[in-house]
Design a protein around this ligand. Structure first.
Ligand SMILES: Nc1ncnc2c1ncn2[C@@H]1O[C@H](COP(=O)(O)OP(=O)(O)OP(=O)(O)O)[C@@H](O)[C@H]1O
Length: 625
């Protein structure tokens, strides 16, 4: 794992852990009698909120179901830690060997985490495959099912009756130790390759897949890890309350945890600490005001519901003013030490870029070959029987009027959609039907018509992410490419803050970081002026020579196409209508008619009389890719 990332996690742990310790010390000493209990509750809530950050914050998938895993942690924990006599009396459905078990809480925590982790894997196998907008509904279902099982399995849970007999927590050590453990796990997970990929999938699922990220797999890891952590806090909560029932692990409690995460900022560990601290303090304060004796003395009625009201107000305020929460996206280390050093030149040369497959592959196969590719959408033929080959080291441009099928072709080649008929070959191997992350790993990288970056991640991390599985030293490779594309000065800037032209370059750097043999550029000059387009053509030519790329370029800008291409193909209404050099194609009467309408070919001067009019840069279509 990346040494710099570990170093920043250690820094973050010292800062955040230190703040947690100070908060607990202040609470314990400043509030007589109840301070220690409030601190314990803060710590247990903190570990639960952090587990929500690990899944929801890093993956961007909303969850309402995690409190269900917390309840499983509490009940499975009860089987291990309740005194044998209590279990024999209240839980007759338990097997004898389990009734005989009587473990201390600290020993039960890892066992409970493991068991709930297994349950989470089984559930996650389906939930993590769902799209981001439907998965939350599934998590509600999971919570309802777990709740129903806890109520129904009376011999194992006492049903709606409270289950008691838990030994009370002795001091703050266990909740404190577990909270610091979850802080450490969340911080480390955040910078591991899997954590980084998960956050990339949150920022943009499609381009994460196009950068080789197996989105389902990284989501499943985040889901399982998060369920394990919240199960541990469930067991601690049982021992904090000393009595549990299914009612304590349902929607109201889940919303309270979500409130803490949302107020603080669900994308960061710091946000979890701040949110949990604030909400716990607010709840405690309002609870005291609700039943305060001075209310009665002043002739006022008790203020029931005050804490819910204040909490709801706080959430609304934060969501209105800071939708991403108080502390979003970045941990203290990257705020305090924004410019982590670039790798030394020695490192950079060690990361020397592997030659692309097009250079190393033997044989005479084309880099990319399409055979008889067809695709219809609800009766509309987007692509009909398209065949062509991209030779190794060639730059082939694909042009065509709006709606001619160019984006459909890119999506078919990259596995975003499947063809109705036909096949795609990469260096002679069939890749038809491969999912996007596999296509990417096999050597096809792409950029998007509407730039798709990982907006909250730094420019360096955007590029590093694509290099994670292909370079010995992904950070050095990222910095090397950033230097190549003139982006070194913004390496630590969040990608979402860059200008349009630079965003386009980051996307190209990220695609090249994947060490592809074929690079697909989907309208790379969209939104650029002439100078920017010319600069981009230079950059692409340089990258192609340096990394031995074969290029398939979708483009409207005729000057750019002429500058860059060895060959040009023309699509019209889903069919290839012409092919040849840029000059041959632009004199082709079918092509002129496709662009300008029937009859236009008879007046070639209309099109070619002046250089300026050769660039009928068309309006860019919106989010279809
Ligand atoms: N997901 C879809 N559902 C329905 N029709 C679609 C879909 N995607 C593309 N089409 C249709 O297929 C045809 C080809 O569209 P495509 O986006 O591939 O063209 P294009 O050449 O990329 O156009 P542009 O230059 O405007 O981006 C169009 O008629 C379009 O409306």
């Amino acid at each position: 794992m990346d040494r710099l990332a570990i170093r920043s996690s250690v820094m973050d742990f010292l800062i955040i852990g230190g703040a947690v310790l100070v908060a607990c010390a202040v609470l314990s000493f400043a509030i007589p009698e109840t301070g220690m209990r409030v601190a314990a509750l803060f710590l247990i809530n903190l570990s639960a909120v952090l587990s929500i950050v690990v899944f929801m914050g890093f993956s961007g998938v909303m969850t309402f179901g995690h409190i269900g895993f917390m309840s499983l942690g509490a009940y499975f924990g009860a089987y291990l830690t309740l005194p044998t006599v209590m279990k024999a009396q209240f839980l007759p459905g338990l097997p004898d060997w389990l009734i005989a078990v009587d473990l201390p809480v600290i020993a039960a925590v890892p066992i409970v985490m493991l068991v709930v982790g297994l349950v989470a894997v089984v559930i996650g196998l389906s939930v993590c495959r769902l799209p981001v907008d439907t998965a939350p509904i599934a998590t509600i279902g999971i919570l309802v099912i777990i709740h129903g099982v806890l109520i129904g399995a009376r011999d194992l849970t006492r049903g709606i009756q409270p289950l008691f007999g838990f030994g009370a927590l002795d001091g703050l050590w266990l909740p404190l130790g577990f909270a610091l453990f979850t802080v450490a796990v969340a911080l480390v997970f955040r910078v591991t390759p899997t954590g980084l990929k998960l956050q990339a999938s949150r920022d943009n699922e499609l381009s994460a897949a196009a950068s080789g990220v197996a989105v389902f797999r990284v989501r499943l890891v985040g889901w399982t890890l998060s369920a394990m952590l919240i199960a541990g806090s469930g067991l601690l909560l049982a021992h904090y309350l000393t009595v549990i029932s299914p009612r304590q692990f349902y929607f109201v409690q889940m919303f309270a945890l979500l409130a803490m995460a949302i107020v603080g900022g669900v994308s960061t560990v710091t946000g979890a600490v701040v949110g949990t601290g604030l909400v716990t303090a607010l709840s405690e304060l309002t609870r005291r005001i609700e039943g305060a004796p001075w209310l009665e003395a002043a002739g006022l009625p008790p203020l029931f519901g005050l804490s819910q009201l204040v909490l709801a107000g706080a959430i609304l305020f934060i969501m209105y003013r800071r939708p991403s929460g108080l502390i979003a996206w970045r941990e203290p280390s990257s705020r305090l030490f924004a410019r982590l050093p670039a790798p030394t030149s020695a490192n950079a040369s060690a990361a020397s870029v592997q030659p692309a497959a097009s250079v190393t592959a033997s044989g005479t196969q084309p880099a990319l070959e399409l055979r008889g590719l067809s695709k219809s959408f609800a009766g509309v033929k987007a692509l009909s029987d398209v065949s062509f080959a991209l030779k190794r080291g060639e730059t082939l441009s694909l042009i065509g009027p709006n709606g001619s099928g160019k984006t459909t072709l890119v999506n078919l080649v990259t596995g975003v959609i499947r063809p109705d008929a036909g096949a795609v070959y990469l260096n002679g191997e069939a890749i038809t039907g491969d999912v996007p992350h596999l296509v990417a790993r096999r050597g096809i990288a792409r950029t998007f018509q509407n730039i798709r970056l990982f907006e909250t991640m730094s420019v360096a991390d955007n590029v590093r992410l694509a290099a994670l599985d292909v370079a010995d030293d992904p950070r050095s490779r990222a910095f090397e490419l950033l230097a190549e594309l003139g982006l070194s000065d913004v390496a630590q800037t969040p990608a979402g803050e860059l200008s349009y032209g630079r965003r386009r370059r980051v996307e190209i750097a990220r695609a090249v970081a994947l060490a592809p043999s074929v690079l697909l550029l989907d309208e790379p000059t969209a939104g650029m002026n002439e100078t920017e387009s010319a600069d981009l053509a230079d950059i692409i030519t340089r990258l192609k020579a340096r990394f031995g790329l074969s290029l398939l370029v979708i483009e409207h800008d005729q000057a750019f196409v002429r500058n860059l291409s060895d060959r040009v193909l023309v699509l019209n209404q889903g069919e290839l209508i012409a092919g040849g050099t840029a000059d041959e194609v632009r004199r082709n009467s079918q092509v002129i008619e496709a662009y300008l309408g029937r009859g236009a070919a008879s007046d070639l001067n209309t099109v070619y009389g002046q250089e300026e009019t050769e660039n009928p840069k068309q309006k860019t279509t919106t989010e279809r890719n």
